[in-house]
Design a protein around this ligand. Structure first.
Ligand SMILES: C[S@@+](CC[C@H](N)C(=O)[O-])C[C@H]1O[C@@H](n2cnc3c(N)ncnc32)[C@H](O)[C@@H]1O
Length: 248
């Protein structure tokens, strides 16, 4: 049974809490690249959330569909201008199908890591490929694992430390599982903990998942501006292409 970590209050506060990700300097290059990849066709966003990317993409003339686990996130999307016009299926992106085939399927903001098993992540790639037209592209934006910051024997890394919020990432390198622990406080004394599990992957493992699903790496960039991906890159925007003709 899948846990919905984006229910209730979390969905209501999502846009305010992710304000930096709504900034024009972030969304501008994101949408530009997605418009190019859609190439005049339709796009499907896996884990569409509150429509942070889907709505501006739709405003640029790309027909966008979505799959999303959290009904509460979809409610936020539907309350926005244009949100009710997008077709969104509520369900798990490892298996939920929507009607039609797409030129582009995309999954952004590290959300491949919210699927916490290798089998589940392989299923996401297969589901993406099954929704693509021949020659269509699957794009993933996600972090490069930061496990290089964890010395042998250590499990924890502090990523935020203020009176209002203490954030600690926990790593288990044996299973590639991580947990982001968020301790929030309104008075700087009493803290409420919220922990979210992830599974981290190196880019090469994602390339193999793509190949299992009949796709090949087409491009890998360090960011949406198509800057080169290097050993110093902290994230990647990767694009795999489905074969033009089905394998015989
Ligand atoms: C970080 S938010 C990203 C939302 C949106 N894509 C964005 O960029 O703002 C992660 C989203 O993934 C959704 N999610 C997590 N696991 C999922 C799954 N297995 N299937 C579909 N959606 C899922 C969550 O409900 C949440 O809306």
């Amino acid at each position: 049974m899948l846990t919905n970590y984006f229910d209730g209050d979390v969905a209501q506060r999502y846009d305010a809490g992710s304000a930096a990700m709504f900034a024009p300097e972030v969304l501008g290059p994101t949408v530009d690249l997605l418009v190019d990849l859609a190439g005049g066709g339709a796009a499907l966003e896996l884990a569409i959330g509150t429509g942070r990317v889907a709505l501006p993409l739709s405003e640029r003339g790309v027909p966008v569909h979505g799959i999303e686990l959290s009904e509460a996130m979809v409610e936020q999307l539907r309350a926005k201008p244009g949100g009710a016009d997008l077709e969104v299926a509520v369900g798990d992106m490892t298996s939920t199908r929507v009607d039609g085939r797409f030129r582009l399927v995309y999954l952004v903001f590290n959300t491949i890591g919210n699927v916490t098993t290798q089998d589940g992540q392989v299923a996401v790639f297969q589901n993406a490929a099954d929704h693509l037209d021949p020659g269509g592209c699957f794009l993933v934006e996600t972090l490069v694992p930061v496990v290089r910051k964890i010395p042998p024997g250590e499990r924890f890394s502090v990523f935020a430390h203020t009176d209002a919020h203490v954030g600690i990432d926990e790593y288990d390198v044996a299973t590639q599982r991580t947990w982001s622990h968020h301790y929030s406080s309104s008075d700087g004394e009493t803290y409420h903990r919220r922990s979210i599990p992830f599974r981290y992957t190196w880019p090469a493992e994602l390339d193999l998942m793509a190949r299992l699903a009949g796709m090949r790496l087409r491009d890998r960039w360090a960011d949406w501006d198509r800057s080169p991906f290097t050993g110093e890159s902290v994230k990647h925007v990767s694009v795999w292409q489905k074969a033009d003709t089905p394998a015989s």
